[in-house]
Design a protein around this ligand. Structure first.
Ligand code: DON
Length: 249
C-alpha cells in the first residue's frame, strides 16, 4: 500500500491532462521489484520509499508512413534524426533537433557505426557526398500499377524487414496484415549474428544454432506500415509490435 501510494502521488492524475504510465506501473517485473523491497520483519519508513523511477519507452526515432488516397496517389515516407534525439542539439529559437546523419557515413572506415555496420571507403565522409542510408520506403508495382506500399524504421534492419514483408506476400501469398505480423529476422554480415524476434519459436532458434548461426533474440525488429492493393480494395496493415495501432483485419 505504501509503495503504491508513493507511485500514485507522482504518476496518477486526470488522463485528459496527464499521460499516466500504466504499462510501466503494471509491468510485472516492476511490481516484483517493489515486492522484493518489502522487508517481511520490519516496516520500511515512508521516508525511505519514493515513487518508482519508471523506464519511459522512447521509440526508435525514425518514422515511416504509407499512404494511398482515393485517387490512387501514393507515398511511402521514411524520415529520421538517425540516433536518439539526433545530435542532441536543438536549433536555438526554432525548437527542433538537429540530426546526427553523419554517422550513416563510415565514420572511420572499417570501424562500426551506431548500428554496428562496418563500411569502407565507398561510404567515407567527403564534401558534397550523401551518406549511405538503409531507409527503404518502397512501392511495389505490378504491370506498372501500384501493388504494395511498404516501409519501416529500424536502421539497417529496415532493408531486411521490407524484404521479408514483400516476400511474405509475393512468395507466401499472405494478406498484408499476416505478412506484417510474421516474426522477423535480421543479419547484416557484421556482427556475425542472426537477430531474431522473440516471437521466433525456441525450436527454430535451437535448429538455427545447431546449423552454426550465432542467434540473438531481439524484442522487436521494425515497425511496418504497409498497404496492399487488393482488386478495388486497399488492405492496410499496421504493426501490432507497437502499442495503439489499429489492425488492418
Ligand atoms: O538512413 C539510415 O539508414 C538511418 N539514418 C536510419 C536510422 C533509423 O532508422 C533509426 N531508427 N529506427
Amino acid at each position: 500500500m505504501r509503495r503504491f501510494f508513493a507511485d500514485r502521488s507522482e504518476y496518477l492524475g486526470d488522463p485528459d491532462f496527464v499521460k499516466v504510465p500504466l504499462t510501466q506501473l503494471l509491468n510485472t517485473s516492476y511490481i516484483a521489484e517493489l515486492r522484493r523491497s518489502i522487508d517481511p520483519v520490519r516496516a520500511t519508513p515512508s521516508a525511505a520509499v519514493h515513487p518508482g523511477r519508471l523506464t519511459v519507452h522512447e521509440s526508435a526515432e525514425t518514422t515511416h508512413y504509407s499512404i494511398v488516397d482515393a485517387e490512387g496517389n501514393t507515398v511511402a515516407v521514411t524520415y529520421t534524426l538517425n540516433g536518439g534525439y539526433g545530435s542532441g542539439v536543438t536549433a536555438t529559437g526554432l525548437g527542433f533537433l538537429l540530426n546526427n546523419e553523419m554517422d550513416d557515413f563510415a565514420p572511420k572506415p572499417g570501424r562500426p557505426n551506431l548500428y554496428g555496420l562496418i563500411q569502407g571507403e565507398a561510404n567515407a565522409v567527403a564534401p558534397g557526398k550523401t551518406p549511405l542510408s538503409s531507409m527503404t520506403p518502397s512501392l511495389v508495382l505490378q504491370d506498372d500499377k501500384l501493388y504494395m506500399v511498404v516501409g519501416t524504421p529500424g536502421g539497417p534492419t529496415i532493408i531486411n524487414s521490407v524484404l521479408q514483408v514483400i516476400l511474405n506476400v509475393l512468395d507466401y501469398h499472405m494478406n498484408m496484415q499476416e505478412a506484417v505480423d510474421q516474426p522477423r529476422i535480421h543479419h547484416q554480415w557484421l556482427p556475425d549474428t542472426l537477430f531474431v524476434e522473440k516471437t521466433v519459436s525456441p525450436d527454430t532458434i535451437e535448429a538455427l544454432k545447431s546449423r552454426g548461426y550465432a542467434v540473438k533474440v531481439n524484442n522487436q525488429i521494425g515497425e511496418m506500415a504497409a498497404i496492399l492493393v487488393d482488386g478495388g480494395w486497399l488492405q492496410g496493415a499496421a504493426d501490432s509490435r507497437t502499442e495503439s495501432t489499429a489492425k488492418g483485419y
